[in-house]
Ligand binder design. Structure first.
Ligand code: FE2
Ligand code: FE2
Length: 150
């Protein structure tokens, strides 16, 4: 059984967000497998770098959707993203500065659990809002003559 894995229970019901989460968890899993395999420093550094970049990409992706939809929970959710972004950069910095041979298991557990909890909590809450926002954008959902106010 993989260390970190996207399963249906993590679906937020929005494909573009689920796709990102599948990739994120796969990257955490890759990092775990590389640590377990005793991979060389540059291999671990590469995987960690890929994860860091993808975390940044994914958070920006969600935040674009918050802006587009005027999400009322934007600030709170964005602060959570910022906190993890800082932590992931610190993990990477520590690994590089001290040329650590490996990553402690707690780091891997922390990343996995943070993502699981965030997906099931904040991301799912946004997805509920986003789906209702999308439904309101459908022309057939607007009363006749309401105009095209986007
Ligand atoms: Fe997310
Ligand atoms: Fe999020």
């Amino acid at each position: 059984m993989p260390f970190a894995e996207w399963t249906k229970e993590f679906s937020v019901g929005v494909e573009e967000i689920d796709d990102d989460h599948k990739r994120l968890l796969a990257l955490v899993n890759d990092l775990h497998d590389a640590v377990e395999a005793g991979a060389a420093w540059n291999v671990l550094d590469n995987v960690l770098d890929g994860l860091t970049l993808y975390v940044t990409y994914h958070f920006a992706h969600e935040e674009t959707l918050f802006t587009r939809t005027d999400y009322p929970g934007y600030e709170r959710h964005r602060r959570q993203h910022q906190a993890l972004t800082i932590t992931v950069h610190e993990i990477q910095q520590d690994f590089q500065d001290h040329a650590l041979e490996t990553l402690p298991h707690q780091v891997l557990e922390f990343l996995k659990n943070w993502l699981y909890e965030h997906i099931l909590g904040s991301d799912r809450a946004f997805a509920v809002y986003y789906k209702s926002w999308l439904a309101r954008q459908r022309p057939e959902a607007s009363p006749a003559g309401a105009g095209a106010s986007q």
